[in-house]
Design a protein around this ligand. Structure first.
Ligand SMILES: *Cc1c(COP(=O)(O)O)cnc(C)c1O
Length: 383
């Protein structure tokens, strides 16, 4: 089974060797910039590439500020703190995500509240959120949204742009505004993805990116916080040990974090960002070829939502059911073509099984059916 698919993928990558899900490509100035940091000795917490990476990312995304961090999880942790999340509070998120989204909530001693996703975006459903809040929550005279049953504050909402496909941002912005909930976007997978012409991660009060080795561009490990001027300044302070500027004295005015991105990693990031648009053009061409391959088959290739430009970070197909999903995973992996099922739902992990949740039928439906296929930038393809 799936012989034609395996052959199709091997043709795209012109390879008889193992084909990974997503491998980085270093085809630009990576070596030059990294060598620069070594020759200058500025490999660590101070250096020109960090400033440049932040400026370039702010310009690319259209965010007033972009603050580099050591990874995407750290970016989320600080963003939730800046959103005002306190111990014991609830933070809305989707069960269909990578565990880092929930872990960042747990680092704040808060709890995830799982709301269903939409099938056409794979992201948090504003309709499901509004329905849950209408049944279970109210906004008090103090402007805070609380559960009616036990008065828990629902402080923030963290949608995730799954595989680079933007969630329904108009809907989420309006539901969060109506219920006085702070919107924080986990845009770890969606660098280069735009919703109605605006970059994902710039719709909420804060947004976060990741540059882990498997993401669309990589710094080895790294992340970024997107925010306005005031929150961006505070984010920079908190992620760099909260030290007050002074020529030589050590004065720290808050419990800060050592979440800064080393200059060595930022150098790699600057070179990668220069190639981002070329990577996206290449990946969109690959996605178009997948779409054509699956045309008329019983597997449905997932395509970008309306009014969006997705980065197509990870290509995904929706199988007819669990058995076909397992057969596809086995057929490809057995033949050295890597594929992976979508994550197990967060509410199925023992660590988050006790958390509150709404009705999750779309997430469960997708959990049983979605498979990711090889998605690295194609070799030698100039689009
Ligand atoms: C990659 C990723 C993160 C952050 O991961 P780091 O490895 O910490 O950079 C967060 N959320 C999602 C959905 C991700 O895919």
């Amino acid at each position: 089974m799936f012989n034609a698919l395996v052959q199709f993928i091997r043709e795209q990558y012109r390879s008889d060797d193992f084909i990974p899900l997503h491998a980085p490509v270093f085809a630009g100035h990576e070596r030059d910039y990294v060598t620069d940091t070594i020759e200058s000795t500025f490999v660590s917490s101070v250096g020109a590439f960090v400033d440049r990476f932040e400026r370039d990312m702010a310009a690319y995304t259209g965010s007033p500020r972009a603050v580099a961090t050591v990874n995407g999880t750290a970016a989320l942790h600080i963003s939730l703190k800046l959103a005002g999340v306190l111990p014991g509070e609830l933070v809305v998120t989707q069960p269909l995500t990578f565990v880092a989204t929930c872990n960042a909530i747990a680092y704040c001693s808060a709890e995830p509240l799982f709301i269903d996703v939409d099938r056409h975006t794979l992201g948090l459903s504003p309709t499901a959120l509004d329905a849950w809040l209408t049944e279970h929550a109210e906004v008090g005279d103090d402007g805070l949204c609380r559960t009616r049953s036990d008065g828990k504050v629902i402080r923030a909402c963290v949608p995730m742009h799954t595989f680079g496909h933007p969630a329904d941002l108009d809907g989420l912005v309006s539901v969060c505004a109506r219920w006085q909930i702070v919107l924080v976007e986990d845009a770890a997978e969606s660098l280069g993805s735009f919703y109605k012409g605006r970059h994902t991660g710039t719709f909420g009060a804060l947004g976060t990116l990741s540059f882990n080795g498997n993401k669309i561009i990589t710094t080895g490990g790294g992340g970024m916080i997107l925010a306005n001027e005031a929150l961006g300044t505070h984010a920079k302070h908190l992620t760099t040990t909260a030290k007050k500027p002074h020529p030589y004295e050590y004065v720290h005015d808050e419990v800060g974090y050592n979440y800064r991105l080393p200059n060595l990693n930022a150098a790699l990031g600057c070179a990668q960002l220069e190639q981002l648009e070329a990577f996206i053009a290449n990946k969109r061409e690959l996605a178009a070829r997948y779409a054509e391959h699956f045309q008329g088959s019983d597997l449905k290739f997932f395509t970008e939502p309306a009014d969006c430009r997705s980065n197509y970070w990870l290509n995904a197909v929706i199988c007819e059911g669990h058995e076909q999903r397992d057969a596809l995973l086995k057929a490809t992996n057995d033949r050295g073509v890597m594929s992976r099922p979508i994550w197990a739902l967060m509410n199925h992990l023992p660590i988050y099984a006790h958390c509150r949740k709404g009705e999750l039928s779309n997430a469960e439906w997708l959990e049983a059916r979605v498979v990711n296929l090889p998605s690295s930038v194609l070799p030698d393809l100039v689009v």
